[in-house]
Each structure stands twice: as C-alpha cells, then as structure tokens.
Design a protein around this ligand. Structure first.
Ligand code: KG4
Ligand code: ZN
Length: 332
C-alpha cells in the first residue's frame, strides 16, 4: 500500500510516499529556517503562509507521477494554523482521488521514524520522545497502543535547548548550535540541576536548568567575568541528556528491555552517546533513528499512517486540526 504523507505541524513543510509503512519511495522536505531565523524563533502566522506557498509543488514532487492508495496527514499536535494547511490539503486531495484519509499524531510519527530505520523493529518497546514541544517516556505495546509513563511538567527538552541558545546568542534553531558549542567545552565545569520527583520517577522538569543557565550568565556578566560559553553549553547539555538517558533506560529496564529514541532532540550526539553507553551497561537494546529522520519529515508520518490505517483509523472531510492532543488515545 502506497501512502502519500503530509506534514506541516511547525516549520517544515514535508511530503513523502511510503510503501507498507517501511519503505521510503520519496521524501521531500522544505525547511522554513531561513525565513524565521531573523526573528530568533518560529513566527506562527509566517509559518502558515510559507506552508501554503510550497505545499502544492512539494506534494507533486513527492508523488512523482504516482497515484497513492491513501493520504496520511499530521493533524495534531503543533501550530494550529500550520497544521490546518496540511490537513486541508490532505482532505481535498483524498476527496478528489476518492482515497482514504488517515489522521496521524505527530509524536507517533517520530516514533515510526524508527520503523523506517530498522525494518525488523516491532512493538512492544519503551520510547523516549523528545521534541521542541514534548518530552515523554511512553510504553508502546502495539503500533497504536500507547501509554505515557512520564512527561515533562514544564519545558520540553528541545525548548530548553532553544532557550539556552537564545541566552548564549547562538540563534534559532538552538539544539544543533548548542551541541556544536558543547563539544568544545567541559561538561563538568558547572553543576546544573537534574530534577527527580518522588512518586513520578519518569517525569521531567527542565525549567530549573534553564533558569540556572540564565542566572549563571547574569552573575558572570555582573561580576565582569568572561562567559565560558562552551563550558556552559557542555554542562547544560550534560544535565539534560543525563536525566533523559537515566530515566528512559530505567523505564525500559522495568518494562521491555528495548528503548526507542524519537523526536527532534534525538539528533543530539551527546544524548545518542549517553544512551548507547547506559543501555550497554544495563542490557537494554537501543534503537536510534537515522539522522536524516530525526527532525520533522513526512516519511515518518507515512510509516505511522500505515499502522493507523491497519488499526481502522480513517477520517472523513470533517477532520480538524488540534494544537494539543494526548499521544495515548488521540481523537479526531
Ligand atoms: O521534532 P522537532 O523537529 O519539532 C517538533 O516536533 O517540535 O524538534 C525540534 C526540536 C527543537 O527544539 C530543536 O532545537 C531540537 O529539536 N533539536 C536538537 C538538536 N536538533 C534539533 N536539540 C538538541 N541537539 C540537537 N542536535
Ligand atoms: Zn517533531
């Protein structure tokens, strides 16, 4: 079954053709980074307009002359105006072609990037999902059977990277820039908080480490000292990645002994190395998405879309977009 998938939840417009959830036939992405860069972050209204401008030509390129068997689309979570562009386009196309319309939850799509990376990977497994808006540890019992074991109580991990990048004057998007700076620094130079909750061992909090970074920058400036940006980036990255790795691997140890990494932050080299290390020590099998599939793309939506379709999730032209929706039982 060939699925055309469309993704427009944030600052990437993407379309892909994916066969039976596992094989990428085409995968087209247009990033809006150059458009938002001058503002230091994503401007939602500009994002929506930029999606509108390219979606038609992008889908045409992804289809490469083929007629798909179904159309899958990210309908939640994300920027509402941005999501609506993809959802409306997908609805029209499915209607015109008389093909099924399959709604896909963006975070489930990130997890499915691993089905494209590892053809033999099947649930059950534990997943650490870390993106710009979410940080979750989930139990994936089946392709569409999700249970949240823990999540962030405030900022997402990617959000913390973006804010620290802004404080250090590194610009947007912050994650890759903080990573590049961190490799030149000492991760043990500054001790930043790693938050634990008594009765929720898999919950996260990243607002404290973000504030600690801001305070450190202010104190250094007030004391007239030179800011050691590389040490700061490395120490911040160490604090965030350690807590992510420790909790995710513990959750996997208590459940499936298999851990899948997903979401934009999964591109982080520090996190990948730390997870590799801890999983090897604890006897947990680790799955890391291919670097090209870590960020937002439509191939991952096509992969998950196939399994959503097998589970009977099919929408009609009344499908709406939602800025927020639980990954456990996403309604449409
Ligand atoms: O999944 P994603 O592309 O978009 C959302 O669904 O949110 O994730 C984007 C997030 C941003 O916060 C970005 O800074 C972060 O992923 N990110 C990284 C890296 N690459 C992207 N964070 C840390 N290190 C990276 N190399
Ligand atoms: Zn994403």
């Amino acid at each position: 079954m060939k699925l055309l998938a469309i993704e427009s939840s944030c600052d990437e417009t993407a379309a892909a053709l994916v066969e039976d959830g596992r094989q990428i036939l085409t995968n087209e992405v247009i990033s809006q980074i150059p458009i938002h860069e001058i503002y230091g972050g994503v401007v939602p209204e500009i994002a929506s307009r930029a999606h509108v401008e390219v979606i038609e030509s992008l889908v045409t390129r992804a289809l490469a002359g083929e007629t798909p068997d179904a159309v899958a689309v990210t309908y939640t979570p994300g920027l509402i105006g941005a999501l609506l562009v993809g959802v409306n386009y997908a609805k029209s196309l499915a209607f015109a072609l008389k093909k099924p319309l399959i709604p896909v939850h963006h975070l489930r799509g990130h997890v499915a990037a691993n089905y494209l990376t590892y053809p033999q990977l099947t649930p059950p497994f534990t997943a650490l999902i870390v993106s710009g808006g979410h940080s979750h540890i989930v139990e994936v019992s089946d392709y569409t059977d999700y249970r949240i074991l823990g999540q962030t109580r405030d900022d997402a991990a990617g959000e913390a990277f973006d804010k620290v990048a802004r404080v250090l004057g590194l610009g947007y998007p912050g994650g890759p820039k903080v990573q590049a700076m961190a490799v030149q620094g000492n991760p043990f130079a500054i001790r930043f908080p790693q938050v634990e909750f008594e009765n929720a061992p898999f919950d996260f909090s990243f607002s404290g480490v973000k504030t600690a970074v801001i305070n450190h920058v202010h104190h250094t400036q007030q004391a007239g000292l030179e800011l050691q940006k590389a040490d700061l980036a490395a120490s911040f990255s160490y604090a965030v990645c350690s807590v992510l790795a420790r909790k995710a691997v513990t959750a996997a140890e208590q459940n499936t002994h298999r851990l899948v990494l997903a979401g934009g932050v999964s591109a982080n080299q520090h996190l990948r190395e730390m997870l590799t290390d801890v999983c090897a020590k604890k006897g947990v099998e680790l799955f890391l998405p291919a670097p090209a599939l870590c960020g937002d793309n439509a191939a991952m939506i096509g992969a998950q879309g196939y399994y959503e379709w097998l589970a009977g999730r099919q929408a009609d032209e009344s499908l709406n977009a939602y800025a927020m929706m639980s990954v456990e039982q996403p309604k449409f």
